[in-house]
Design a protein around this ligand. Structure first.
Ligand SMILES: [Zn+2]
Length: 222
């Protein structure tokens, strides 16, 4: 399409400019047609960012539900008053003086605070999500566990109805978490990835293919 420009910034965000006469629908269709290219560019920016060890300090980027937040470090009066709070597009990390330097131990401490906060965001999203889909599907997860995994987004031990979710899901758009939850709940009805299983996914979460594409475009960083 002429005169429509598409740029991917280093933070993975997509920017489009077009003349006023081009309709929103045409712009959307154009961007959709470039989905594969966008995902590849984002993945390569991400890989580049992953090469540099993180310091968990001001200016670094944290992904939450597919959005990019910028980390801002502030001083807390003591270790007891350390906190992580989201303020608009910023994630404010308040740390005690002793943990605010550039040492590896301090960076690890800050990573722990941010990771804990991210896990809390993930946990908070689960009760509603499970309740809604369990009711609709007529199944019940006996236990839900969170774990950082390198090769899978979720798993289901069918006999005990134990569902494990990858904590990395908190970085992706919410539809990704939802699709994995429904996927694992479908296993409580059909353990194998057969035609019946796919029919269940189509029935209970028709957008699962799109969500799967988003997940595959940026695999778990491990
Ligand atoms: Zn499965």
């Amino acid at each position: 399409m002429k005169n429509v420009n598409l740029h991917i910034h280093a933070d993975g965000s997509v920017h489009v400019s077009a003349p006023a006469h081009v309709s929103q629908a045409r712009i959307d269709a154009f961007v959709a047609s470039k989905a594969r290219w966008i995902a590849q560019r984002q993945a390569s920016f991400e890989a580049r960012a992953a090469e540099a060890p993180r310091a968990w300090c001001t200016g670094e980027q944290i992904r939450l539900w597919g959005e990019t937040l910028e980390l801002r470090m502030e001083r807390a009066s003591s270790t007891r008053t350390e906190s992580v709070t989201r303020e608009g597009a910023e994630l404010v990390l308040r740390v005690a003086d002793r943990w605010s330097d550039s040492s590896e131990a301090s960076a690890a401490h800050r990573e722990k605070l941010v990771t804990r906060w991210l896990n809390e965001q993930l946990s908070a999203a689960l009760p509603d999500l499970f309740a809604r889909h369990e009711t609709q599907m007529g199944v019940h997860a006996g236990a839900i566990r969170l774990r950082r995994m390198k090769t899978r987004w979720g798993s289901c031990k069918v006999a005990a109805a134990v569902i494990t979710l990858n904590t990395e899901l908190v970085h992706y758009p919410p539809c990704c978490l939802e699709s994995v939850v429904v996927h694992e709940l479908c296993h409580l009805i059909e353990p194998s990835h057969n035609a019946r299983f796919h029919a269940l996914q189509d029935r209970y979460y028709p957008a699962w293919r799109e969500a799967r594409k988003l997940l595959n475009a940026r695999p778990p960083v491990g």
